[in-house]
Design a protein around this ligand. Sequence first.
Ligand SMILES: NC(=O)c1ccc[n+]([C@@H]2O[C@H](COP(=O)([O-])OP(=O)(O)OC[C@H]3O[C@@H](n4cnc5c(N)ncnc54)[C@H](O)[C@@H]3O)[C@@H](O)[C@H]2O)c1
Length: 392
Amino acid sequence: MKIGVIGAGTMGIGIAQVAAQNHNQVVLIDTNQEVLNKAQKGLENTLNKLLEKQKISEDQKSKTLNNISFTSEYSELNGSSLVIEAIIENLTVKHAVFSQIESVVSNDCIIASNTSSLSIASIGSVLKNASRVVGIHFFNPAPLMALVEIIPAVQTSDEVLQKSKKIIDLWGKKAVIVKDTPGFIVNRVARPFYGEALRIYEEGIADFATIDWAMTEFGGFRMGPFTLMDYIGNDINYTVTETVFEAFYFDSRFKPSFTQKRHKEAGYFGRKSGKGYYDYSEGANQPLPIKDEKIGKYIFERILVMLINEAFDALYMNVASKEDIDIAMQFGVNYPKGLLFWAEEIGLNVVLNKLNSLFELFGEDRYRPNPLLKHLVSTNSNSINKLKILSF
Ligand SMILES: NC(=O)c1ccc[n+]([C@@H]2O[C@H](COP(=O)([O-])OP(=O)(O)OC[C@H]3O[C@@H](n4cnc5c(N)ncnc54)[C@H](O)[C@@H]3O)[C@@H](O)[C@H]2O)c1
């Protein structure tokens, strides 16, 4: 199959690698020749490392490289079955690129966007045949992260959706189907991992190191929120939060934090700038957590119930199925368990009680428990079925 990838930046080169390793002919396009050269060198280095670690053979390495052509010529997309756009996050530029793609490919070529925050409906609106638009959202680094969110827009045909899912399945990824809503699954449901941690810090309950310790020690998360935000970059993570907040018409559940904003403004982006919530300069002293079990458990439980509430909201609003919401959080952000499964394990009534206590204490809309959770508890059900709530 011939696959086009537009943009040879962080995501584009990763997606091209995945497609090429799965025996597709890939045309990787970038308007910047330097970026193309860098992407080619970077891929060679990556494949050499995989070869050293005996994860791939010499033959696989050369086949992968030979499967990709690095070019700035859009005409080379001719004959593609699928083109995935991974250029800068700007609707005007994406529109121009989508029209350019459509002018060279055949009418049955699927045109996908890897956007994290724009609606697929808005991106596809410039196409003459908009039934071929779909969101195919990979996670960074694309070759390592198993999750891919597939997002049909209101214009997308069922055939395009099914074909896209089949391709992603064939590439060995975990494809979940998500409604075209802000943040899709992962960037929506994960918000409290950062937001509630920042809020707990702002309330003076604990410092960064202690909050991180609580989440790894009691929750089994691979990284605490502040370590993770420093890893992602506070500039990027803050912008995602702000975008989701605006896209949800300023729902206070997604309210960004001043602490993170100040870190961003100061240039404390995290690892890439040498300083974030932690200091990454050589020999810097790392703060130690205060390992108080009572505080640690409080922090973990408060963040977890907020995450579960968000997962319930995604389910209740038909953003995705129960299974897909749990898969997304396990394979898109490496959570130790699916959040809805976790809720059933803890007991829905326990989760609801904790949310109710927070809601009562703060009186803020941000802590309002989800109606589906309330309904299930009121009907003594501990198993999460997507129910229509018809009583009031
Ligand atoms: N970085 C992430 O973690 C991540 C994760 C998931 C999705 N995304 C999304 O993927 C997309 C790309 O993000 P990125 O981080 O790879 O960006 P990036 O800045 O690393 O790369 C974008 C590339 O697009 C190229 N480009 C710009 N205009 C072009 C055009 N008209 N034609 C061809 N190439 C063009 C640029 O030269 C650049 O190399 C964005 O929509 C982003 O929201 C990013």
